[in-house]
Ligand binder design. Structure first.
Ligand SMILES: [Zn+2]
Length: 114
C-alpha cells in the first residue's frame, strides 16, 4: 500500500518541523498533492489516522490541495494546465515544457499549537 509508506514519511517530516517550531501539537497539516500522484485522499487519511496516535500530529486535520500538472509555454511566456488529450498550449498550440509533473506530495504548511 503506497499511502502507508507515504504517510509514515510525511508524519516523520511533520513531527520534525513541529518539534523545531516548539509545537505541543499539530492542528492542521496542509498537503499539496499532485493530481497524477496516484494518492487517494481516503486511503491517505486512513493511513495517517493509523500512524499518528502518540505523535505530535495525533488528531491533526489533514487538508489536501490537489494541484494539476503544469506546463510552461515559451511563446506566450505563461504557465498553463494542459487538457488530457494534448499537452499543447491552449493559446498558441506550442508544446511547452513541464514545470510540475503533478506527481509530488509536499507539506505546504503546518498549523501548530505551542
Ligand atoms: Zn503558448
Amino acid at each position: 500500500m503506497h499511502e502507508l509508506a507515504l504517510s509514515a514519511y510525511l508524519l516523520e517530516s511533520v513531527e520534525e518541523h513541529a518539534r523545531e517550531a516548539g509545537a505541543l501539537s499539530v492542528v492542521t497539516i496542509n498537503l499539496v498533492v499532485g493530481e497524477r500522484s496516484c494518492v487517494e485522499d481516503e486511503a491517505l487519511r486512513f493511513c495517517f489516522e493509523l500512524l499518528s496516535p502518540g505523535t505530535l500530529a495525533e488528531g491533526a486535520q489533514l487538508v489536501l490541495w490537489r494541484v494539476p500538472m503544469r506546463f510552461w509555454c515559451n511563446t506566450c511566456a505563461a504557465a498553463y494546465t494542459p487538457d488530457s488529450e494534448s499537452f499543447r498550449c491552449p493559446r498558441c498550440g506550442t508544446v511547452g515544457g513541464v514545470v510540475d509533473d503533478g506527481t509530488d506530495v509536499l507539506i505546504e504548511s503546518l498549523e501548530i499549537e505551542t
